[in-house]
Design a protein around this ligand. Structure first.
Ligand SMILES: [Ca+2]
Length: 575
């Protein structure tokens, strides 16, 4: 000011001072406004993450552990009526909540696409399947809903949570695109990845191109004791240990996607031995026992009939064939048992490092039990109990019992294809009076994104990395988890997979199988009275059929769903 006063009069100095003060206050005002804008109307999360004083960093938010199994039946685990020993999951269910009507999308890839983005699968480019490693464009038919890899019109759970200040970890099965590096987990928001990029692998000896990767590198497995389920858990613990020891207050997100009990049927001998003599009674008796247990546990209504048996007669099989089928089932059960032991190990680890109480754990499965391989399973019986083979299954007859009491399997949109157990456990977030509760309101995969947005106190953006992204589809599950007895979905939810179609609105579900030779008919079910879909009421309520089918057509039109005949033709032309 001294210098200035040499050249200006006292009056001029005063004016300059006022102007400077005015400018300072103007700058302050604008910078505050900019702050407010960036926190209340975020358009691109890159901007949000760049703010060092991000408000999320000051709030104690839970760690999030999302565990998914692969190709498991609705009623396989103990907490959902199964006879398989699953004490770790049962414990999480008893001290958490169980959703009895949670829906996936009937198949590995579209489920992962929907789960990871909170959108309908066709919106993400994976309306059908992901391109397999053996043929890098096999499922890319050039239509936006069917590209075979996760497109960029979305933000993944990992990208969203990372932007909101989480460390993001993944172990297990990706299956959302592998032909180009920009489709891999580290390029879609994960800080660390250990697992398989492909959809399935040998459990003991995974090899290229169905190999194990660590971050962006392929690694060779030479350990004779290697078993994927164990390795996925070991790396999950390792990753958590690394992040919590370095940044104690930074929350983490772990996506642990087991490949169990997807084929090939492969499990360690000790676990197979546990079940070796448990399944000689056959599938029909197993199904009847489960059905009664599910009623007793309050998981299903006794007015829901057990759906019609969809298996051949067990007693009609030779003794040798019965032995083989009991062994196939024993290995399948062993795969689930081993997964549960691993979940128990992860829980113990979280307790040991003091992170268990403020970690929300969710467990679900990606599609209904798998009937691939025919009625009595596929793959050579001589490969059972070896470390060899890739395609080795337990077949439709056993899958029918795994999905008790529902109809159909993986691929289909009847309840046996799309119903998954969902367990949510969170000591600090679920009140003691809620613990052990069974929640019957329905939800579906996109709700997971909406739930995580709420848990992380994050914002779901309109654009991400410069791309416009689709609006959020799901609703947060938190009101139901907290005990509110009110449906979260008042709007219809939809499915399409391989030409099979379905829509659910309130108690009604409309579903149609794709027919290769002729168009099939819509079936209508009242899910409150008949969730096992045994009584088709379409003829009694033609207006309801018209209303729901109209909603489905409009949904399909704006969500990149193409006629399955067109997709089949395009795939045939490519091959
Ligand atoms: Ca699957």
């Amino acid at each position: 000011m001294k210098k200035i006063s040499r050249f200006y009069t006292r009056k001029q100095n005063k004016i300059i001072l006022i102007v400077i003060l005015f400018l300072i206050s103007l700058v302050t005002l604008f910078s505050n406004e900019n702050c407010n804008v960036s926190f209340t109307a975020v358009n691109d999360l890159d901007d949000q993450a760049a703010k060092l004083d991000h408000p999320n960093n000051k709030i104690k938010r839970p760690n999030i552990v999302l565990i998914m199994s692969d190709d498991m039946g609705y009623s396989d685990i103990g907490a959902f009526g199964g006879e398989i020993d699953t004490p770790a999951l049962d414990e999480l269910a008893l001290n958490g909540v169980r959703f009895t009507q949670f829906y996936n999308t009937a198949r590995c890839c579209p489920t992962r696409a929907s789960l990871m983005t909170g959108l309908y699968p066709h919106q993400t480019g994976i309306g059908h399947m992901t391109n397999p490693p053996e043929n890098k464009t096999d499922h890319d038919v050039g239509l936006p809903g069917y590209r075979g890899f996760l497109n960029r019109s979305n933000i993944t759970l990992a990208e969203l949570l990372k932007s909101a200040g989480y460390t993001t970890l993944m172990t297990g099965k990706w299956h959302l695109g592998m032909s180009q590096k920009n489709q891999w987990p580290l390029q879609r928001g994960f800080d660390r990845f250990y697992g398989i990029l492909a959809g399935a692998s040998n459990f003991f000896k995974p090899k290229y191109p169905r190999h194990i990767s660590l971050n962006n590198e392929e690694i060779e497995i030479q350990d004779d004791e290697f078993y994927t389920t164990d390795a996925f858990t070991d790396y999950a613990k390792k990753f958590i240990g690394e992040t919590t020891s370095k940044e104690k207050d930074k929350p983490f997100f772990l996506y642990l996607a087991y490949t169990a009990p997807h084929w090939p049927l492969q499990a360690p001998k000790a676990e197979i031995d546990k079940y070796r003599n448990r399944y000689h009674q056959g599938w029909t008796q197993l199904r009847d026992e489960r059905y009664q247990r599910m009623i007793d546990l309050g998981l299903i209504e006794d007015e829901w009939e057990l759906s019609q048996d969809d298996a051949i007669d067990w007693d009609g099989l030779s003794e040798k064939k019965q032995e083989e089928m009991a062994l196939r089932r024993a290995i399948y059960a062993a795969q689930i048992d081993k997964m549960d032991q691993n979940i128990g190990e992860l829980v113990s680890y979280l307790k040991d490092i003091g992170e268990f109480d403020n970690t929300i754990i969710l467990f679900l499965n990606d599609n209904g039990a798998c009937a691939e391989g025919g009625m009595l399973g596929g793959g050579p019986a001589e490969n059972l109990e070896s470390k060899e083979g890739y395609f080795l299954t337990y077949g439709q007859a056993w899958a029918n019992s795994s999905n008790t009491p529902f109809r159909k399997y993986k691929h289909w949109l009847h309840e046996g294809g799309i119903s998954t157990p969902l367990i949510v456990h969170w000591p600090e977030g679920i009140k003691s009076k809620q613990r052990g509760k069974i929640i019957n309101h329905y939800g579906f995969l996109p709700d997971i994104m909406a739930t995580f947005v709420e848990l992380a106190n994050a914002k779901y953006p309109k654009t991400y990395q410069g791309n416009n992204i689709h609006s959020i589809v799901g609703k947060s599950l938190m009101p139901l988890i907290e005990g509110k007895n009110k449906p979260i979905h008042t709007e219809p939810i939809f499915w399409e997979h391989e030409g099979n179609k379905a829509v659910r609105l309130g108690n009604y579900k409309l579903v149609m199988d794709w027919g290769a030779k002729q168009q099939k008919e819509w079936e209508l079910y009242d899910m409150q009275q008949d969730r096992s879909e045994t009584n088709n009421i379409a003829d009694q309520y033609p207006e309801k059929v018209k209303e729901l089918s109209g909603l489905w057509e409009r949904w399909a039109e704006v969500n990149y769903v193409e006629s399955w005949d067109v997709i089949l033709k395009k795939m045939r032309e490519k091959r």
